[in-house]
Design a protein around this ligand. Sequence first.
Ligand code: HEM
Length: 533
Amino acid sequence: MSVDPHVVLSAFICQILRNWVAKMLALGTLLVSLGTASAYIWPSPQLDALEALRWDQDGHRNQPFSIFIEPCSRDLFAPRGTPSGRADSADWIRTAYHDMATYNVADGTGGMDASIRFTEEQARAENAGDGFAHTLSVLDGGVSRYVSIADALAIGTVMAIENCGGPEIAFRGGRIDAGEPNTPGVPEPQQDLQQHIDSFARQGFTQTEMIGLVACGHTFGGVQHAPFPDIVPELNDPNNTLSVTHFDSTFAQFDNNVATEYISGTTKNPLVVGTNDTTNSDKRIFSSDGNATMLSFANSPQLFASTCADLFARMLDTVPRGVQLTEVITPLPVKPYSVQLVSVGEKLQLSGEVRFWNMATANRTVTLLYTDRLGASHILPTPLTASGTSSAIGGEVHSRVVRVQHHRVHGPHLWAEVDELRRGREGGGSGRGGSPIAGRFDVAVRTDANITRLFLQQDAHDSVNRPIIVETEIPRPAAPVAANTVYEIWSVDVGGGASVAYTLRAEIANGSENATASGQQSLLDLGNVLCAT
Ligand code: HEM
């Protein structure tokens, strides 16, 4: 049998990965000195996925969210594309708040756990409107085994705030999706001030923080006529077809107008100047400290922004007791993507991309280097080509992606130099399996690797839509199928489905220990690492 040249799993690849990780650990001090103390160590499948969703927003390798809030007044669900007066960005922020607002600080239940996705919660009067269903249908596009629905909602919220003029929000990942609806508890406009103070206390916020969080949220969006006909009228306005009375004059923009207009008495906020005083909850809340907090926001856009940055982050980090969030996820200065080592005859070919965050400008030259097994350094002969730029936070920060293709390599260490700055580090190796059309994996396994189990993992959803993993065994061949003197081939047919993503994993008997290592790529681009030694 001939060896599929696209398949290789080797001790050599593992050596690259391990050396790379060791170097990244050594690099830790440098990362600290670059001001990215919380940058994690690549590779980490979960953090890689969260980092990409959080930061690779526009341009090259853009992730699925930001286009839905560009421009920030965009309403994907507007009837026949009319200017509806609504905005996806406002929906996402309100959805996150309503998901969190069930939190009970006393018993640790509720909080950001995507329980708002249950129709039972959405049917409650406290969750009037269809913005929750709209939001989740869009943000579902970012959910995977590494990104929970609640994490996707949190990232969408961060983007909506940041990309629409707001401050940078510290984002942590690791939220866990609820398996059932939470106890009700979202505040409603007809409740009195004491009920709101008590409600926010249960959620973990003081009265002053309540004023802040409501003002921060209500710098976006407004009240729609359909779900709240007793609060706002039908507008019969072709430029506001869903009759939304906005909280301030800039409903798709983060700014302190919600405070300046309130303090100056020009506000049209329907929860302040509504004709029915019973539902004027913003008025009662904003004035509950003699307007001191709102005055401070009106006087200082900076104070408003920094207060909102803190409160929004706390809102998103309010999770059920026992859920452990990650460190704040900052962009990795150097991040490899889709790094693959492919066997071609007796050689290995390296290809892939490296993202340089805010570092490699068009004027800089990027060089990849590697050391061979004897420790000698070499420069990859062909200069790297820029394959695009990506950006985040409304275009404030940019990364540059360079592509390395088909360089033959012989050594285990690889790193990047950006002009005089040596900061990048090398990527792992790869196995690449099967044709997406035929849906078959042929995996070359080292005969001396002592693999006890080889299997594929595939994303799926459980009965309440939480991401789960389905496993497919790759059986040990009944009779060894030798590829050459070093490898034998294990195979599995996975059926059709060109766009299915798989992770290839192995359990390896190492004395009495089992070890598992993995990476994730699509079937078309399986850039994985399987440590088989
Ligand atoms: C006492 C507390 C609160 C009450 C009574 C309240 C009430 C309301 C009401 C009645 C609406 C109209 C919804 C619609 O028509 O679809 C609304 C919209 C909104 N609320 Fe609140 N809210 C409160 C707190 C908050 C907080 C703390 C946040 C976020 C931090 C927030 C964020 C939003 C946003 C972004 C919208 C606009 C939604 C859109 O335009 O689609 N609210 N709120």
